[in-house]
Write a new protein. Structure first.
Length: 340
């Protein structure tokens, strides 16, 4: 690690739940100075990007948000502001239905959908041909990122130097079971309320999507994935979606320097999943594992005083990328394609 700061979790936020909730409920920060752009997609839909300007040849970072994330998500603003602090450009990709307007087509977004990321990355690489690039994803966005990197192997833009994935679920089936237990049901309820609302709006435009009474009756994220995510996106059911979209089977194929930052006390992921990730990462030198004991989900808050918190995750991602940008282009061995 290039910087002097070593992560020490805030003593005043004991437990993974407080680390998880602090950013959403209590963090205050000045919004990054971004400009909204809307890009039409090849299938007749659109994507929204919030773009942070920088000097032409400066590094640029592509950011991917988590489930039901928006431009207002605390971690998204934190990463944008970290890029601005370092003089980098940045682009926050808002997945379909997460922007300022509902998307046009039947489909939404999901944890394994990588074509929009590929479309946006290629366009950014063409637009900023002399700028080093990096990608950071949080939670669902981290899973999308890792699956994408595993699918592509060496087939990546030449300027792409590094990637970072924060609080990734890795195994969607086990994560789905974990979020349906204990206090973690609180997060499930929050996500589900937002997803049900979107599904009702979508069903009014596409009546064959699902009956409104069934949407209203959804009680878990797995219920939602069985009724909406799976059938809508070509999966048999939720379990088929989880199996085919989890990033864990793709980790061994990643060939670019990638930081994996997770907390053992993440209330949305069983600890055993991280043990499985460590085993895979031990055989892939491209993966840099940093699994800390405390940090919650997208938390990683440090600082000795509650009125002066330090947000470690965005700082660590910035340091990781700065090292990669400084090292410049690296050769990548040929990668075997496929997830297994």
């Amino acid at each position: 690690m290039r910087g002097e700061i070593i992560y020490s979790p805030a003593w005043w936020l004991p437990g993974g739940h407080l680390q998880t909730l602090w950013g959403k409920l209590l963090r205050r920060q000045t919004p990054a100075s971004t400009v909204l752009e809307r890009w039409d997609t090849p299938d007749g839909d659109f994507l929204e990007l919030h773009r942070l300007a920088a000097v032409v040849d400066q590094p640029r970072v592509l950011l991917l948000h988590g489930l039901e994330g928006t431009i207002r998500s605390h971690y998204a603003q934190g990463l944008l502001n970290e890029a601005a602090r370092r003089g980098w450009g940045a682009d926050l990709l808002l997945f379909r239905s997460c922007g300022s307007q509902p998307n046009r087509t039947r489909r939404f977004y999901h944890s394994g959908e990588t074509t929009d990321l590929a479309f946006v990355l290629d366009r950014i690489a063409g637009e900023f041909s002399v700028s080093p690039l990096a990608i950071a994803g949080v939670s669902l966005g981290g899973n999308v990122l890792l699956k994408f990197l595993g699918e592509r192997g060496n087939d990546l833009p030449r300027q792409l130097r590094a990637a970072a994935a924060i609080s990734v679920p890795f195994d969607l089936a086990r994560s789905s079971r974990r979020i349906n237990q204990g206090f973690s049901k609180f997060y499930q309820r929050f996500f589900l309320d937002s997803l049900r609302l979107k599904a009702r709006e979508k069903a009014r435009l596409f009546p064959d999507l699902a009956p409104l009474e069934k949407i209203a009756g959804l009680r878990t994220l797995e219920d939602f994935d069985n009724l909406i995510t799976g059938p809508l996106h070509g999966f048999r059911n939720a379990q088929d979606y989880y199996r085919r979209s989890s990033s864990l089977p793709w980790l061994r194929n990643i060939r670019i320097k990638t930081l994996l930052l997770n907390a053992v006390d993440d209330p949305m992921l069983p600890r055993k999943v991280l043990d499985d990730v460590r085993e895979v990462a031990g055989k892939n030198p491209a993966l840099h594992v940093e699994f800390v004991a405390r940090g919650g989900h997208a938390g990683f808050i440090a600082g000795s005083r509650p009125w002066r918190p330090f947000y470690y995750a965005e700082y660590r991602v910035g340091e990781f990328f700065a090292d990669a940008f400084q090292q410049g282009s690296v050769s990548r061995p040929l990668a075997k394609q496929g997830g297994r």
